[in-house]
Design a protein around this ligand. Structure first.
Ligand code: FMN
Length: 352
């Protein structure tokens, strides 16, 4: 059976698959544009989006602000009628400014996690940009939707649930990941029930998308059976020709074995899922001195004196230098992938 389109306000998502935002430099205009062109939702990661811009070393903020417009234009030129948006983490330094810039350039959607995007509605007020929080628990969904209803008399346009098998930062405790995996299906049902309350209150649909470890069509069908409208996937999109990461990064994915996938500590204060390499070995025993601060995280998320390493530096290393010497985030199912594909082929495989 074909997957059915999902309405997100006045937008229609032809295939209910969101390509999750991947920073730094993994989901930019080419990947997001290609996914949107093929019926999914393409998400550009805002995390140090301007890392390739000539201004970046002098002023990361200015480079990022310019790159938001440039990347969005290119993605939209690939997918004129497709849905393209941005992932902006709440922990980002100058979060509000980046959100406003994405709205200014005409982003179709903004998805925000790594914290609760409590103020997001006021930052997009008066625009057509649709907004979605990323939550990992019923409690977070309740707090967020209740606050938006009370403060702004509105609700989410859609919602992403990120489970414990996702790549990148995880909204769970280090020692609670295994238990969370066992309990996640139940949590998904509870979150779907919370969104139903608000969709009745505001007389609108709030489609829910599940993220984390979704690998194939049977996984998608499983989450649809729990009440989700679709899924958000990231890891599988890395190993496509169109993904913006370099070849060596994609090869690291292709060579990953099950035992190479580790939970690491991140300066953000959350655990993260990544592929084991020289870098993950080093941080087990050593602090890596920070060469230069490029102001990626707000001050309450990064204590520059005590962090074990600089997250920007290590994410940049893996895409600009060598994936063995930097942080390579990946979802729990990365070991199952053993060949490159293209976005049209992957979308076809998942949707038909
Ligand atoms: C390489 C990589 C980078 C990521 N970067 C971000 C990010 O910048 N912001 C964010 O909210 N999520 C990020 N994620 C999480 C994904 O958007 C997505 O929700 C998650 O990986 C889904 O699980 P999957 O990879 O198993 O499909 C990242 C994931 C990966 C694999």
């Amino acid at each position: 059976m074909k997957l059915t389109p999902v309405a997100i306000g006045d937008l229609s998502l032809e295939i209910p698959i969101i390509q999750g935002g991947m920073g730094i430099g993994v989901s930019l205009s080419r990947l997001a544009g290609s996914v949107a062109k093929n019926g999914g939702m393409g998400i550009i990661s805002c995390a140090q989006i301007g890392f390739n811009h000539p201004l970046f070393e002098r002023s990361p903020y200015k480079a990022n602000m310019k790159a938001i417009e440039e990347q969005y234009k290119v993605a939209k030129s690939i997918a004129k009628d497709g849905i393209v948006g941005f992932n902006i983490m709440c922990a980002t330094f100058k979060y509000e400014k980046y959100v406003k810039r994405c709205v200014e350039v005409g982003a179709d959607v903004i998805i925000s996690g790594a914290g609760l995007p409590i103020h997001l509605p006021e930052l997009v007020a008066g625009s057509k940009t649709k907004i979605a929080p990323i939550v990992s628990s019923e409690k977070a969904a309740k707090v967020l939707l209740r606050t938006w209803a009370k403060r702004y008399n509105r609700t989410a346009d859609f919602l992403v649930i990120e489970g414990p098998e996702a790549g990148g930062h995880l909204g769970f405790k280090y020692d609670g990941i295994e238990t969370a995996i066992e309990k996640m299906d139940n949590e998904v049902k509870k979150i779907v029930a919370v969104t139903k309350e608000y969709s009745e209150k505001f007389k609108c649909e709030i489609p829910v998308f599940f993220a984390g470890g979704v690998y194939d069509r049977s996984d998608i069908d499983h989450y649809l059976s729990l009440g989700c409208a679709g899924v958000q996937m990231a890891t599988r999109f890395v190993v496509t020709e169109e993904c913006d990461a370099p070849k060596a990064y994609k090869e690291r994915y292709l060579n990953a074995r099950k035992e190479d996938i580790k939970i690491i500590k991140s300066p953000v204060g959350m655990p993260g899922r990544a592929i084991e390499n020289e870098f993950t070995e080093t941080i087990k025993t050593k602090q890596i001195p920070i060469e230069k601060c490029r102001s990626c995280l707000s001050f309450d998320h990064c204590d520059r004196k005590t962090i074990p390493y600089c997250i920007t530096e290590m994410l940049l290393n893996s895409v600009t230098k060598n994936p063995d010497c930097g942080l390579v985030f990946a979802g729990s199912n990365v070991f199952k992938i053993n060949e490159m594909t293209t976005v049209p082929n992957l979308m076809k495989e998942l949707s038909e």
